[in-house]
Every structure is written in structure tokens, then in C-alpha cells.
Write a protein that binds this ligand. Structure first.
Ligand SMILES: [Fe+2]
Ligand SMILES: [Fe+2]
Length: 267
């Protein structure tokens, strides 16, 4: 059994300090094995904002897989945006913008979908997909194979035309071939989940997508600040969304999924 904390869209620079403190307090009550952060650590990629994000992450005593989001690339400084887009990210958060983690039960890979040539959309390139293919095929089939990305691969029910990651369909065809089970992402500041197949008819194997809301920022989209707790135990997965109620983070009844021959089935 493995428990994963999934945070996204912290947006330091647009964070709510009380909620950030509440999140750290709530995380202390979770006994997890891994923290993943699916991008947008800052609001404007400023050094001071990354320093705040770094301080925050240092309070969480877990192995961490963190990837950048579009807000982690400078927007107004054109020279930095094009020549050194992730310098501040690398300086404060981690030199490797595509980290990996694996043990007997998990094989987790991060991918950087943020790009300098678009304001907010993201892309996954054939080169990145090939790197991921090599990683997943080198891992035991007994492990749950998980991708961490910032940009979404499926839209939310309330916004079916939401922009998805460019290159997503081609990437998914490779991911299904190498046994990827799960994609964790953010960007839309909405918590939702679903199978990729209804949205990508060319994909035949079930891959479950789980999106996290914005954990601590005021950039809410008609939803409370929230984060996800995933418990993976063999073929079963439980997803608990823990949301801020104005005083603390509290959990909703977990959604449960089981992997069957038909794919991920909600229980
Ligand atoms: Fe965001
Ligand atoms: Fe984003």
C-alpha cells in the first residue's frame, strides 16, 4: 500500500497564508509515502515567490516529485522567458524539472509541459514521450506507473472544451503501450477525475486521470481550495479530496476505483 499526497497550483505570490498554514497542519496528520506537486508553484516565477515555495516544501518531510507549470516561467521578462525560462525554478525547487521516483509499488515520472512560446497552454514532445516510455518499460509491471504533469489530458465535465496538453493523444498511445496506469495533473484549478478513453477514442487501455484544484491560492474557480490524497493498494485506488472549509482542510468520502480487465472501474 502506498499513500500519495497530490498538491497543485500553489501559486506563491497569490497564496493565502492562512490556508498555507492550514495545509501544512493537515499534511502532518496524513501518513503518506510521497508528495507530488503538479506545477504552478508560483504566480509570476519571481525569485522571492520560488523562495517561499521552497520554504513551504521544506516543511513536508516526504520524498517529493515536483514539476513546473506555465506560471513558473517568467511572463513579462522576455529575455528570461526565452533564454532562461526555468532558471529560478531550478535554483529554488530542483535542478531536475523531470524527476522520477520508484520503489516496489510505485513508478512515478514527472514531465515538464510548460513552454515559453505560449502564455498558458502546454505541450508534451515526442522526445519527452520517449524518455517516459523508457522509464516505464524499465519498471516492474507490479508497480503502479504514474505520470505527473501540469497540463490536463482530459477536460472537466463543467468545461468540456477546456484546452488540453498539446501532443496528449500521441503520448497516450505510447503510455497505454507501456502500461501507464495513472496521470496526476492540475492547471485548471478544478478537482476532477476520469478515464482517458471517453475523451481519446484512439486509446483502448484504461488510464485514470486525477486533477487537483488550487491548494492554497486565491485563484479559485468556484471551488474551495483543495488537494488530493491517493491510497493505492494493489489493484484498488481510493481518492480523497481534502478541501478548505474556511478553518481547516477536511476530507470528503473517498472515491474508489478498482483495476479490472475492463480498466479502472468506479466502485
Ligand atoms: Fe495554476
Ligand atoms: Fe497553469
Amino acid at each position: 500500500m502506498r499513500r500519495i499526497i497530490h498538491l497543485s497550483d500553489l501559486h506563491f505570490g497569490a497564496e493565502e497564508p492562512t490556508i498555507a498554514e492550514g495545509l501544512l497542519a493537515d499534511l502532518k496528520r496524513q501518513s503518506a509515502h510521497l508528495l507530488v506537486v503538479s506545477g504552478d508553484l508560483t504566480q509570476r516565477a519571481r525569485a522571492s515567490q520560488f523562495a517561499d515555495a521552497e520554504r513551504f516544501l521544506k516543511h513536508i518531510d516526504l520524498p517529493q516529485i515536483v514539476v513546473p507549470g506555465n506560471h513558473d516561467i517568467p511572463l513579462y521578462n522576455a529575455i528570461a522567458r526565452w533564454l532562461t525560462p526555468l532558471d529560478n525554478y531550478r535554483r529554488f525547487i530542483g535542478r531536475n524539472v523531470e524527476p522520477t521516483f520508484y520503489d516496489a509499488e510505485l513508478a512515478v515520472a514527472g514531465v515538464n509541459t510548460a513552454r515559453s512560446n505560449t502564455w498558458k497552454d502546454g505541450r508534451i514532445s515526442p522526445h519527452q514521450v520517449e524518455r517516459l516510455r523508457q522509464f516505464y518499460t524499465a519498471q516492474s509491471d507490479a508497480a503502479c506507473k504514474i505520470l505527473i504533469a501540469h497540463h490536463p489530458f482530459i477536460p472537466p465535465a463543467k468545461d468540456p472544451k477546456a484546452a488540453l496538453v498539446d501532443g496528449g493523444p500521441a503520448a497516450l498511445r505510447v503510455f497505454e503501450a507501456c502500461g501507464c496506469h495513472l496521470i496526476l495533473a492540475g492547471h485548471l484549478h478544478l478537482a476532477y477525475s476520469g478515464d482517458v478513453r471517453p475523451h481519446h477514442v484512439e486509446v483502448t487501455r484504461s488510464i485514470l486521470v486525477i486533477q487537483a484544484g488550487t491548494a492554497i491560492s486565491h485563484r479559485r474557480r468556484d471551488e474551495a481550495n483543495a488537494y488530493n490524497v491517493l491510497t493505492i493498494d494493489g489493484p484498488t485506488l481510493s481518492l480523497e479530496v481534502r478541501a478548505w472549509n474556511g478553518r481547516e482542510f477536511t476530507g470528503s468520502p473517498p472515491e474508489r476505483f478498482t483495476q479490472t480487465e475492463e480498466g479502472w472501474c468506479p466502485q
